[in-house]
Design a protein around this ligand. Structure first.
Ligand SMILES: NC(=O)c1ccc[n+]([C@@H]2O[C@H](COP(=O)([O-])OP(=O)(O)OC[C@H]3O[C@@H](n4cnc5c(N)ncnc54)[C@H](O)[C@@H]3O)[C@@H](O)[C@H]2O)c1
Length: 250
């Protein structure tokens, strides 16, 4: 699988799944854009990759920030081949505990962020008649996981966004797919565990609730994102791939 000279934007690429994804694309020859709200860690990731990799400060929930990011990428490379909508945040709480502010924040980053990035990037892809968007949804978008209602709903929305965009642009050369990771060892999960009363216990529960009896590794999710973006899966659009240790197969 080669991505030689492809221009790839990954949002939320400073750490976690996004970082593993930009590293994997760069290893396959792509020119990667590390787009993240975290300037310090984002710059660290782009300098770790070196070569053509570059960092752009981005808030996916802010229209102007997204528009500027796409302009920057076009000025530098003149094209976008692949967009990975990965940036996401997590809040815990059922529908009673979740505040309106938390609800709005999760929707703004996890769902509107993917809409905004697609809104500005897909026209650029259409000009060349080709492109692939990979959205990072979650197992939480497929089933109701307890105590994280806003997150679940945002990820279910990402799956619908994926299918909707896939049918809208299939005839125009742009494919749109989603991956649904299960719990994966990233800062997002480590921070959520730290906030729990008994992190070790919580971790064991997260492992034991899935047939493979372990958490995922960011590199394993990155591999699925690359597969979805690759020409080898050229017949896949509107596809939703679970990589969750069997969690949603039960
Ligand atoms: N880790 C998991 O278990 C898991 C499981 C399923 C789905 N996911 C999804 O995978 C994606 C990546 O998750 P992760 O675990 O690597 O998270 P993470 O918290 O480790 O990393 C997320 C990155 O997104 C960036 N970010 C946050 N808000 C942003 C914004 N408004 N604009 C731009 N960048 C922003 C952060 O700075 C960070 O670099 C998310 O969409 C998450 O919902 C994660």
């Amino acid at each position: 699988m080669s991505f030689e000279d492809k221009v790839v934007i990954v949002t939320g690429a400073a750490v976690g799944i996004g970082k593993a994804t930009v590293i994997a694309f760069a290893e396959k020859g792509a020119k990667v854009v590390v787009a993240d709200i975290d300037v310090e860690k984002g710059k660290q990731t782009s300098s770790f990759i070196g070569g053509d990799a570059f960092f752009i400060e981005l808030n996916v929930a802010d229209r102007k920030s997204v528009n500027n990011m796409v302009k920057d990428v076009m000025n530098r490379f003149g094209r976008v081949d692949i967009l990975v909508n990965n940036a996401g945040i997590y809040y815990q709480g059922d529908v009673i505990e979740t505040t309106e502010e938390e609800w709005d924040k999760v929707m703004a980053v996890n769902l509107k962020g993917m809409y905004l990035c697609s809104h500005y990037v897909i026209p650029v892809m259409l000009e060349r008649g080709s492109g692939v968007v990979v959205n990072v949804a979650s197992e939480a978008g497929l089933v109701g996981i307890a105590d994280q209602v806003a997150y679940n709903v945002s990820k279910a929305g990402v799956i619908s966004l994926t299918k909707s965009m896939a049918v809208d642009f299939a005839q125009k050369g742009v494919r749109v797919n989603a991956v649904c990771p299960g719990t994966t060892e990233t800062p997002l999960v480590k921070n959520a565990l730290k906030r729990s009363k008994n992190p070790e216990n919580e971790r064991r529960k997260l492992e034991e609730c899935r047939p493979l009896n372990r958490l995922g590794r960011p590199e394993e999710i990155a591999a699925a994102i690359l597969a979805m973006a690759s020409d080898h899966l050229g017949y896949a659009t509107g596809s939703v791939l679970s990589i969750d240790g069997g969690y949603t197969a039960k």
